[in-house]
Structure formats: C-alpha cells, structure tokens
Design a binder for this molecule. Structure first.
Ligand SMILES: [Fe+2]
Ligand SMILES: [Fe+2]
Length: 529
C-alpha cells in the first residue's frame, strides 16, 4: 500500500462480520427484548456448558452429523478467553439478564393471577425491569399476555450498543464457523474494531468499493491507531474491482445471486431481495458484490430469519441503499421483533409495509403480499412476500412462504393479476421450533411438540397449488441454502435422497406436465428482456 493520501478502494473480497458480545450478529440477538432472552436462556448456558467440557463441544462442532447444532467451536487452549467473555457478559449485561429474569417472573405471575379480572392491580406486581416497557392485555379468549413497547426498550439500558463490534478481514473462501453458536475471538489477520453498527466510518469504508478514498480519511473515519491503520491497508487496493456489466441500458434484467437474493434491474432502478452476497470473486460461478449496481434504490426483506436479513451484506451496502422495505410486525409480541425498528437502529432508511401496500420506483412498483407459515406456528407478522413489476414484467418473490392454504394465492391473483415468474422456496423439512426460538419460549415445549412445528416452506403439492392459483408462467426454486459460500449461516446438509430434493423433483415433473417452465436455481442465473 502506498502513501496515506493516495487514492484507494476497498478490496472486493473485504468482509465485515458484525458481532454482539462476540457472537455473530443477527436480529434475535440484537433487538433488545429478544436479545435479552437469548442471552440469558441460550448464550450464557451455552458458554457455561462449553467451559465445563470444551472437548465435547469441539468434537460435536466437527461432527458433520451435528452440523448447525449449538456447540462452541473453540480450541480448549483458548477456553480462558471464553471464560473472560462469560464473566464480562455477567458483569456488563446485568440489565439484559435482569430483564429476561423479569419476563419469566411476570409470565409466572400472569399465569397465576390474570384470571379474567381487571389487570390494573397486577401492574405494581410487575418486576421493576419491566416498568414502563410492557402493557398487559387479554385476548378475546381471556388469555393474558404482555406486549413489549419496543421503541421504548431500544432507549432503555437493555439496548446497549457497547455490545456491538466488527471484524474486518479478507474472504479467502474458507468456511466460517456456524453463526448461531460460536463466539468470534480475535484472530491474526482480522481487524477487530469496537464500532457500533451504525458508525458512519463503516459507510465511509464500504463506499470505497465504488469511489476512491484515502487511508488517511479512513483512519480518521474509523478512529484507528497506527497498528490498526497498517492492518486496514491490507484490505485496500489502488484500483476498484467492479464488473463492467453491473448496469443495464435498456429493458429489464433479473439476476439470481444465490439463496433468496435476486437483483431486479431497469436502467433507472435496482431492487435487491434478501441480500446475502458472496465477496469471493475468484471462481466465476457466482455473482459477487462486484456485480451490484452502484445505487440500490430498494432492498426488500421478506422475513426475519438469519438467512434473509444478513447484516454482513446489508452493512456493506448501507451507503448505496435508498431504503429497505420491511414487513410490519405485530408491535410487541415476544416472538415478533420489529424488523423496522431493528434496521433503523442500525442506520438504515426503512419503509414498513402491510399486505397490499405499494412502493413505487422509477419504471415499476413493489407490492407487498402475504407470507404464510414457515415460523413454527408462532404469531409472527413481520413476514411478507412481494410482487415486483418492472419493465413490463412481473415476478412473485415468494421466499419461504408455504402453500398451506392455496386459496390465499387466488386472492393475490385476483387483486394484482397474473405474474410471469414465481420464485418459490421449498425448504419443506425445516428445523423444529426450538432450533431458532428456544430462547424466547416462556413455557417449555416437549420435543414431540417442537418437532411437529417446523420452519417449513412449500412441499411439491403446495408449490404446485401456488403456481396454479397465481397462474404464473415460470417457476424458479430458490432460497434452499445450497450455495457453497453460505455454510456459516445455513448449515444445510442435502444429499440426493433428501426429502427436500425429492419434493423439488416431484414439483419440476408437475411443471413439465402442466406446461410451466421451471428450474431449480443454484449459484447464478440471469434473465434479460
Ligand atoms: Fe425462513
Ligand atoms: Fe430461508
């Protein structure tokens, strides 16, 4: 690297890994109500279990049959650092741990004392950490519950931005540890910075993918010392690495970037769905951040699962995004954190939508449509599919929505007309309830109950029903977590005779028999008109 004032760009394979208390960050460990529950009920017990027997965790982490399980993949020789992390959490996150304990206490109190009579006398009995942050209510079936007043919780000690930090490094293609379970310790060649996720220095850094800056400017923006500046310089290059065909001059284009990420473009606009994009451009088998247009008008988020709101991609794009369109939550359910509040607190412009709300853009419009199921039957409203109309074509962005009740899609068809292309997720044997939601549950579930409530999208029959009701011409199976660069988030293990792949083949056969063009997407694909 040259002098501090020479023009420089960020290398195309630079990655950011956002961390909270050193765990890879995702919504349920950042949004304060859910983060408190997961910290107390999942992460602290996980670290304690590791410290009792590091060897068991290490062996389990390396056992392919247990991929995606809650095990800490850290060498025993570094267990003292894990012990320090745990001590630090118990000392510095006392407000969060007290909040989670208060939730448990209040739920028990409601179960005993909220018996259909006036709730007013119960407010003084709420544990202090909940005062001013919850409302008590019955549903019309006399079931009591607490509504968390989330905007206030974000301004309370329970939302502590000092938990946040980032690791910057170069993507060398080596698979990273599974995000839900292993805290990220400092590593050589990784720049560890104690920056909050909304820090403007991060925008200055990532803007340098497309326009030049200088090491001196970045050093100031990121508040670096000498050693950190030297380390940062390894992430910089004297030339940008942008694909010449990242913009189009006429018509429309859709590109599949892997998993649930699609880039829909006209000459004037670009829409990106569920951004989760590789930074490793050495292979040619995939689109990477290099292939994105310089400006992204709208990002569409379909739901809150960790493979659909991926902060490592979102933060890297923040300075280029006009607004993020997100489904509105139920405002206060424990299991349904507001995606809008979460992203606003991390520095994004947000547009919240309900079913059938429209967001226009130059040359087209996005319409939010319902999303059914795939959330273990929890009352989660922050989920949406979308219909995007652009350059005379239309695409249904179906994400993991299932065809549990295909009549719903008949309503969508009659309200919005026929769609040309349908993108459907068919993860039809998803993880059980407790895999993702264990930390939030305030009443235990049996294994049998949990296993019966899976995070499943459409099977072959349901996907065919959706196609029939939408009357779409083309079907594309996506969002299956099969791309090689997503292992740290997906933990997918499909083989030829996996149920999901058999169902996909059955659906593809149905499509052939019914004159529907269909394809199972992998890695990359382009449609141009
Ligand atoms: Fe999902
Ligand atoms: Fe998914």
């Amino acid at each position: 690297m040259g002098l501090p004032d020479e023009p420089v760009f960020l290398r195309s394979n630079a990655i950011i890994e956002p961390l909270v208390d050193r765990f890879f960050a995702w919504m349920h460990i950042i949004a304060p109500v859910q983060a408190s529950m997961n910290l107390a009920n999942l992460q602290v017990p996980l670290l304690e279990s590791y410290l009792q027997n590091p060897q068991v965790h290490l062996a389990a982490s390396r056992n392919p049959a247990l991929r995606g399980g809650y095990f800490v993949n850290i060498e025993e020789s570094r267990s003292n650092e894990v012990a320090d992390l745990l001590d630090g959490i118990k000392r510095d996150r006392a407000d969060m741990l007290a909040f989670a304990a208060a939730v448990a206490e209040a739920e028990a109190m409601l179960e005993q004392q909220a018996t259909g009579f006036d709730l007013t006398p119960l407010y003084p009995k709420l544990p202090a950490p909940l005062n001013g942050l919850v409302e008590l209510a019955y549903d019309t079936n006399n079931q009591p519950s607490m509504r968390y007043i989330e905007p206030l919780v974000y301004t309370s000690p329970v939302y502590d931005r000092r938990r946040q930090s980032v690791q910057l490094s170069l993507d060398n293609g080596v698979e990273r540890p599974f995000i839900l379970s292993t805290p990220r310790l400092p590593m050589p060649d990784v720049l560890d910075l104690p920056l909050r996720f909304d820090h403007p220095g991060l925008d200055a850094l990532f803007a340098a993918r497309t326009s030049p800056t200088t090491l001196a400017q970045l050093r100031e923006a990121l508040e670096l010392d000498d050693a950190q500046a030297v380390q940062l310089s390894t992430l910089l290059s004297d030339a940008p690495s942008l694909s010449p065909d990242r913009h189009i001059e006429s018509g429309g284009r859709i590109r599949y970037f892997g998993h649930a990420c699609l880039v829909l473009q006209t000459p004037e606009a670009a829409i990106v769905t569920d951004p989760f994009i590789s930074t490793d451009n050495r292979h040619g088998d995939r689109y990477t951040l290099d292939d994105l247009p310089d400006r992204i008008g709208l990002v569409l988020i379909t739901h809150g699962h960790q493979d659909h709101i991926v902060l490592e991609t979102l933060i890297a794009l923040r300075s280029r995004i006009g607004a993020v369109v997100v489904p509105r939550s139920s405002r206060g359910n424990m299991c349904d954190p507001s995606i809008g509040l979460y992203l606003k607190a991390i520095g994004f412009n947000v547009i919240e939508v309900d079913d059938y709300d429209e967001v226009p853009f130059p040359g087209g419009r996005v319409v939010a449509t319902p999303f059914l199921g795939e959330h273990s039957d929890l009352d989660i409203r922050a989920k949406s599919t979308f219909i995007v109309q652009l350059a005379g074509a239309s695409a249904f962005i179906g994400a993991d929505s299932s065809g549990i009740d295909p009549v719903l899609y008949r309503y969508v068809r009659s309200h919005l007309g026929k769609v040309d292309m349908a993108f459907l997720g068919m993860e039809c044997d998803g993880a059980p309830l407790t895999w993702l939601y264990q930390g939030l549950l305030t009443r235990p579930v049996t294994k049998k109950m949990s296993d019966s409530r899976k995070l499943s999208g459409s099977n072959a029959k349901q996907a065919a029903d959706i196609m029939q009701e939408l009357d779409a011409d083309e079907a594309y199976i996506y969002a299956m977590g099969e791309e090689s660069w997503q292992g740290h988030v997906m933990a997918t293990t499909y083989t030829e005779d996996t149920y999901q792949l058999k169902q996909i083949n059955e659906f593809l056969t149905w499509c052939t028999e019914h004159g529907v063009t269909a394809e199972h997407l992998l890695n990359k694909r382009e449609w141009r008109w």
